[in-house]
Write a protein that binds this ligand. Sequence first.
Ligand code: RFL
Length: 392
Amino acid sequence: DRTQVAIVGGGPAGLLLSHLLHLEGIESVVLEHRSQDHVQSRLRAGVLEQGTVDTLRDAGLGAGMAARGMPQTAIDFRFGRRSHLIDFTHETGGRQVMVYPQHEVVTDLIRARLEAGGQVWFDTPVTQLDDLTTSRPVVHYEVDGEPHQLRCDIVAGCDGFRGLSREAMPADARTSYDRIYPFAWLGILAEVPPAAPTVTWGCHESGFAMLSFRSSTVSRLYLQCAPDDKPENWSDDRIWHTLHERLDVDDMPPLIEGRITQKGVTGMRSFLSEPMQHGRLFLAGDAAHIVPPTGAKGLNAAVADIRVLSRGILDFYRRASTDVLDQYSALCLERMWLVQRFSAGLCTMVHQFPGQGAFERRLQRADLDTLTGTHAGRLAFSENFTGLPYAI
Ligand code: RFL
């Protein structure tokens, strides 16, 4: 078998790349380890930057967002028993974000690819990448345990943090940066109308909590827990008690309780591997970098990479130019380090660290006061949260 671009991984990064290439008449195959059902039901990110929304809309994928997306213009930081609203649309002169769950983005992308006759091969694990520094790389994969090969011009490594693409780069050709945080998030899905119209962050002395939503009847809530915590340790009563403690304030209505339908623990990590390319292999999304979910940047960062990569591949075929591909890693990393800085900074500002002393706690409070109480603080947050400018 052969194709122009072999895409390892059918998450948001791989599927979007395949779709954007298709719009330009470039052929690709997406090889996805898991089943279509599994990929479409994974519950993950929920906040799309303005640029992510525009990118999807410009690619003809706006219908679902228009029908079910929930545009947001502000975020509520709660601390010191009060609400502190940052109106990021006002601060940035009109930029918004959209609450639209990742599994919907993935479902929209899969539908668009399949309707266009696109090659998305589910249940197809990639096992090895070869000849990456030649002009004819080979992707080894399995179907029902049987080995196969796909030849291509370019390999896109979009197989997430635990994928194999990153490891296919020689160890001495890459540098990893890694920080593991000493806490995690317990995420829950509850059948209750959101208790507030905006995404709400509770920055409390007992730990962080967050209120977001999935629809007018379903809320998504998170609370800081121990890194090795188990969902079984959290009874519904304990969850609601903790959420009230961290999110309720004197000047806003309290949380509304309801049936909890899902619980899961997510670790917190900042990670980046550079460079993001090796020969004809290009890493994108979580395969190259992950951020703690606090800033809601993971999915958005994947989209930013794919914008650059799709342009580079287009120039490669249309203009026989490798200028953008040669610069791929540098173009992505310049923006990505700013995203890392924002995500790590926020994560550090709003969580309680084990063993943290009174002095650190007061500094955190001063940081929150600067963030919400000064024009410079609100503006810097708003520019980052709605999305930094793209390289391409
Ligand atoms: P993905 O979505 O992980 O997709 C990678 C795909 O590659 C497949 N794969 C392989 N396929 C073939 N052969 C192999 N050998 C393969 N190895 C792996 C996998 O099955 C998978 O389908 O990466 P991508 O496309 O880069 O997209 C990135 C985003 O998914 C990610 O950044 C965010 O979801 C991160 N994230 C969150 N981000 C936020 O902004 N807000 C959140 O609230 C949020 N919650 C989360 C998250 C990530 C989570 N994970 C990964 C543990 C919650 C969770 C639980």
